[in-house]
Design a binder for this molecule. Sequence first.
Ligand SMILES: C=C(O[C@@H]1C=C(C(=O)O)C=C[C@H]1O)C(=O)O
Length: 358
Amino acid sequence: MTTDNKLKPLREQIDSIDAQILALLNQRARVAQEVGHVKAETSAPVFRPEREAQVLRSMADRNPGPLVAHDVQTIFREIMSACRALEKRVTVAYLGPVGTFSEQAVYQQFGRAVDAIACTSIDEVFRAAEAGTADFGVVPVENSSEGVINRTLDLLLQTTLAISGEISIPVHLSLMTRSGTLDGITQICAHSQALAQSQVWLNMNTPTIARQAVASNGEAARMASDDPQVAAVAGEIAGEKYNLQVVNAHIQDDPHNRTRFAIIGRLHTTPSGKDQTSLVLSVPNKPGAVYNLLAPLAANDVSMTRFESRPARMGTWEYYFYVDVEGHAQDAKVARALDELKTNAAFFKLLGSYPASL
Ligand SMILES: C=C(O[C@@H]1C=C(C(=O)O)C=C[C@H]1O)C(=O)O
């Protein structure tokens, strides 16, 4: 039997299964539309991150294979995105331009059926979400090799918005040009963080080519597409957007390099069963103050997953502490710990509780 003859019945099986999947997807979509009508009656929020996290966790837990759990989640992320868009298309502001890791984070969290709005600064993302021009904003919080994004932490302190989710994405950087070679290249452009994250590779392999920090990796890719003398260090989606060819993939110094993003919005996410809570604290500058400040966490059996300090630029307190703990602010033991923290702290701000990233 020829290959085609062997494939024919298998493809007929796939066609028939696809028809069933299509019917089921539309059945699901019609139920989501009904959910949309119920929500519209009470102006309830369309995007429910805790529910989406539960669906994704349950799909990974129940997945019998051979599909791998992560791929099943990617598929269901898009199914939910498309269903949600039938209720209302969510608008999400992010730090642009197109092709940045922030844009990738938007799609990783919300799926493709969103209106993603590229902003020129982190401040503008906060403004868009605060003013309601966007339903949500996505801002970078921390890079695993270069540390925190100070502007985001400063703005989180002031904003009236809450953190309603967290996204962590692997950051793979590639060196890209129009031609796919370094012939005639006089300048390598990228965001300062991307240049810093690939400096070992660049020092070793392109020591004589000048480096230029620009506003974003997306901007670097755009410049490289305009100018045959410019190479960009950026993620490959930025390269694809601007038709660049890869000279070298994965040039970042740390192969496990990741960036965490926060979703900010007016929504206060309800418990999903596996959550995280972010807060900012400050204490008077006295011996033992930080130790005493955090004692309620241990006393109430609440784990701290992150502790970051940032100098206060004004006022009486020396430092702001950005703390993440396991659990939701509505969980009894977290609620107790937070109440006690509040009484010890000179400054206390709950940034939000949201599903722990998948
Ligand atoms: C359907 C709903 O609305 C949205 C879409 C979801 C889905 O497709 O499963 C889940 C949560 C919401 O973001 C819902 O709230 O249940």
